[in-house]
Design a protein around this ligand. Sequence first.
Ligand code: F6P
Length: 347
Amino acid sequence: MRIGLLTGGGDCPGLNAVIRAVVRKGILHHGDEFVGFMEGWRGVLDDVTMPLTLETTSGILHRGGTILRSSRTNVKKIPGGFERCAEVLAKNKIDVLIALGGDDTQSISLALIERGVKCIGVPKTIDNDLSGTDACFGFDTAVGIATEAVDRLHSTAEAHSRVLVCEVMGRDAGWIAVTTGIAGGADVTLVPELPIDIDDVCRLLKYRWEHGKKFAIVVVAEGAKLPELPDQVTVGNKLDSFGHARLSGIGQVLAEEIEKRTGYETRSVNLGHTQRGGTPSAYDRMLATRYGVAAIDLAHAGKFGRLVVLRGTEITDIPLADAIAKTRTVGEDLLAVVRGLQPKPGA
Ligand code: F6P
């Protein structure tokens, strides 16, 4: 088989591990040939490729980013874009296209499937919010980075008797925030799933101060929203080609509000893309490799239009359409763990 590969959307640690696994299993066990399309769907539209061989995919397992690079190119916004993609794939004699990406990337694959292109998907988002799979690679690495940051923030917060607000990624779901908050022992954890109750935030901080701990850590997801504001906090008003705003700044807004209401000195730190860069954790390399092997096996089983997913501890596959149907948000079980570690209202 001749197989195309691309990585679309925001990068995350583990993309190279997937590419390596697909290519190694494909070449060593099926005699496949591979073409890498550069910068997501842009590489398909512009016919910009790189050869993927045992040599070009060697030594990349531990590397962050993606050797295929990435972009948020939206084929839907380009007149004749889907026809152009189909034409370029045919010109490159691609039998199956494996796209590594989140719901935006997979929505383009779905539209191409309707035009007769054989596609297979591998789920990818640092936010870990793709429905259909229990875990996306990259998430574990991001949580590791964020938890280490929170560990470090503790000592400086204590030295200065400050509240430190740590903003983490999580556009529509607070998986990174809630996991980091629990693992890092944050005093307050705020997620997009629930509107921020600033009175309750101040109550929790005052309780801590009154009980002798004159410093605190607040973890907030970038997508968390104050009901007092009309929208999520953004940098500028630019939208990407899929219509997403650049979320950033809720941490600073919150810090100012906390300081105003409590009188405690409060600073914010935004971890931003630090969470997406660098070497993947062992867990993410493992998950990414399992996804890669499963994706190439699906191609040879003739199961197209499917997404490889993790259910419990098993790798399986589901229809691509189900994967982008809705966002997988943080459940009440984890939110109850967060609440269970905090003093009850009225305490
Ligand atoms: O969707 C994943 C994500 O990392 C979000 O958490 C974040 O809002 C966004 O991508 C950042 O996108 P970009 O890298 O394009 O700024």
